[in-house]
Design a protein. Structure first.
Lengths: 477, 477
């Protein structure tokens, strides 16, 4: 026995004797003893090979019953921390780590910070203060206080049926899209929808046309799935349908408002797109991301409403109409795509929580959602005007024009602007602004320079201050 | 004009005149007219090239103002359904589909069925009637009625910080695992955790050892990610650690209870596994799926609590401890894996809804979760006894033995059993039972024959009836 081993043994005996068990604790004594002994082993104070007192001795020293010490020792033998040698007693097992530092020093990790407010001018953020919290909390409470039997049953992986029906009704009224509730699939948002579509309807290597510019996370989801993306630069009327590849297996489009530019795909192009898809046997994914918010004129009905060949999958979300915190989105699939999507969901397991679904179904069925959308539409129209007003002094650097719809403005840089859009976005981020560089949405060369400025989630004061900060960046680079 | 075209035109004029607008509707008249005319075009009753009455004539015929008809006609021209020819009037546009059958005949799709109760003997189903609904509904209502600012801010993609702290505290008390809240990542369940781990920590083609048998959805998630799985048949002590491939990049293990057999990996194998992983630079994924439910003896602390090299990712879930409807799970990652997992979540977008997170954090912090677990532990122990009792008459066909933990029994078939386990599972499914064939969990050859019988989610009466149904299947095949 080396000196340090001897010291260890002494320290072990001392530790053993000084073990204190809490008789007032709810934890049984044998369990307390098991844990204390295990700690001694794992902390290295009980070195490998050290002999333990017998269960009888230990019971005497600790003033507990022998059942308590026997139970604890047997448990630790079963766990492998201790070993018995016939006739010789109980020993700390070999093959144990000598010292047990805390796992990766977790104590050094700072606690997670409370979430920070969205940075002003971040696009795609709804007004969260205007969310009807009291209503929503009441719907949550009612749905779950004494849940109806279906909520405690095996969840339908496609979503809570009343919510699917409520979404079908919403789409008919707001997007001119008639569909059966059975065609509506609830997901945890557009990202999951894209993941599922990529996996269910395509094989790696399939050619899928997308718009350029496009929503970067959508591009990432399809790339991750191994699809061969074929970006087509949008023109003044949106996706150049004539340029669609003949052998495409799919196309992802934003016909209501090309993202982020806001161009509406006119009817002849819509029909040509559907025709091309039908002939190619391709799927068309319609990403209808913010068309509930149209301020002047009427929206064209969803592309899916023109789909007589059953090739369009419509993708929607509550992230922009209600809150990104819900993590609820949906797809409307033609009957022939339903079994494929259903299979993909069953294989991966559903992601959408059931908790908000009955509350949202009731909120929609009772008209709360439509009322909220109309309120937000008025509010966002005002906020767009406020932002345009606040940007007026920058007219020499930014082209600012009203947009009949949406939650953000796209403002091209004028030739007089002293900075590129990436540079502006970087400086703006440092100044606490969430605006984006327009060119970041583009894939191909010669991306136009501009700023994407979200206004929906920010009140007039915040927008005015943000515009002033932006002015300072542009005027004094 | 052919006869059928003439008929169409006549029918169109008739349809136009008989258009009825609802003056009591909340929808403005011009919008009603727009929709009615669009329907006529899309349904084919207004054939391409058909001339419309002038806005003045239409206004007279429908007894509405001319502003109404002008607005509607202009909208439809803008949408491309109608076209004007200078001096000649307004016509239904060409390039429109002649007939517009309903999209994939949605009306033919039956409405989604209400979710059905879980089939008796389904494994991994908790007691949902025993879920503390009133408490839970109150927590939901409180959290969202007047949400604290952090709930309306940019959500942390790793989860609501108070929930991460509550999970860290739970793991220390229940699983002997000390970790910092910053190491806890909230997901929508174990499936998403496996997806993220596969993407964040491995590259396609990486060798990952898994147990055989194993949880099939886990196997699917890793296969989908392109990993090269290396299944190792478990023996009486669980994973044969000596057989781990030298070049493995990872291993997915169930050390607390090998799935579905329930074997506990003894300490020497745990240490050897960690040692092997550290030398191979591999990640160890610990799937700790139901260890809160131990009825006799004490659980070994989580494998992750022994991990001094920072190589273990601990995967847990609330699907079995509370409800699969929550869609909430978590990972505990060593500091070096955190940035990789964080990046993967940011790229794919988070899936876990924020709605249940503050309610669950409060439920855990106030002790409701621990109380619930203790109640369920007592209940499940009783139910296991009830199932064993109910299966006693089948002792010649099924080996039934108590299990010190878990939510299901694994019962090997005796040589006298007249049917194979797949055959039994098929017949049982037809009879409304949710039991599983043991061999279905195996990947390699010579899978043992047996039944996996879930008891946690079903009361004693249901278990008795289910055992009787099973007896009928086995006795009179």
């Amino acid at each position: 026995m080396t000196r340090s081993e001897q010291f260890s043994h002494t320290s072990f005996q001392a530790a053993l004797v000084s073990l204190s068990l809490d008789r007032a604790s709810a934890l049984p004594l044998h369990q307390q003893l098991t844990e204390a002994l295990r700690d001694l082993v794992l902390s290295g104070r009980a070195p490998a090979g050290a002999r333990l007192p017998s269960s009888r001795q230990l019971a005497q020293e600790l003033s507990v019953s022998r059942v308590t010490t026997l139970t604890a020792l047997e448990q630790l033998v079963a766990e492998g921390y201790l070993e018995t040698r016939r006739g010789a007693g109980t020993f700390v097992a070999h093959d144990l780590p000598r010292a047990a530092p805390a796992v990766g020093a977790p104590a050094d990790l700072p606690a997670p910070q409370p979430p920070q407010p969205y940075a002003p001018l971040s696009p795609a953020i709804p007004d969260l203060a205007g969310f009807p919290h009291a209503d929503w909390a009441r719907h949550l409470e009612r749905a779950w206080r004494a849940p109806e039997p279906g909520l405690l049953a095996r969840p339908d992986p496609l979503g809570w049926p009343p919510l699917r029906a409520a979404i079908a009704a919403h789409l008919e009224g707001w997007r001119g899209l008639r569909c059966a509730p059975a065609q509506v699939i609830i997901t945890s948002g557009a990202s999951e929808s894209f993941d599922l579509i990529a996996r269910a309807l395509f094989a790696p290597g399939d050619t899928v046309a997308i718009e350029d510019p496009a929503f970067p996370p959508m591009r990432h989801a399809l790339t991750r799935a191994g699809l061969a993306l074929h970006p087509l630069r949008v023109d003044a009327e949106g996706l150049p349908v004539d340029a669609l590849p003949a052998r495409m297996r799919g196309a992802v489009v934003t016909p209501s408002r090309s993202y982020p530019l806001g161009t509406t795909l006119p009817l002849p192009r819509r029909l040509a797109l559907l025709d091309h898809a039908a002939r190619a046997g391709a799927w068309v994914i319609e990403d209808d991301y913010d068309s509930e918010f149209r301020y002047t004129g009427q929206p064209l009905p969803a592309l899916a409403s023109l789909d007589h060949a059953g090739r369009v999958i419509y993708v929607g979300s509550f992230s922009k109409t209600l809150s990104p915190a819900l993590r609820l989105g949906y797809m409307v699939a033609p009957p022939r795509a339903l079994p494929l999507l259903q299979q993909a969901i069953a294989a991966a397991g559903p992601r959408a929580s059931l908790v908000p679904q009955p509350a949202l179904a009731a909120f929609m069925a009772q008209g709360g959602f439509a009322t909220h959308l109309r309120r937000m539409r008025r509010l966002y129209a005002e906020r767009q005007r406020a932002l345009i007003h606040a940007l007026a002094p920058l007219a020499d650097l930014l082209q600012v024009a009203p947009d009949p719809a949406g939650m953000h403005l796209v403002c091209p840089l004028t030739p007089a602007c002293p900075l590129g859009d990436h540079d502006i976005a970087r400086r703006a981020a440092r100044a606490g602004l969430g605006l984006r560089a327009l060119s970041a949405y583009f894939d191909g060369p010669e991306a136009p320079q501009g700023l994407v400025l979200g206004y929906a989630g920010f009140n007039a004061d915040t927008l005015r201050d943000a515009a002033a900060t932006l002015a300072a960046i542009l005027r004094h680079p």
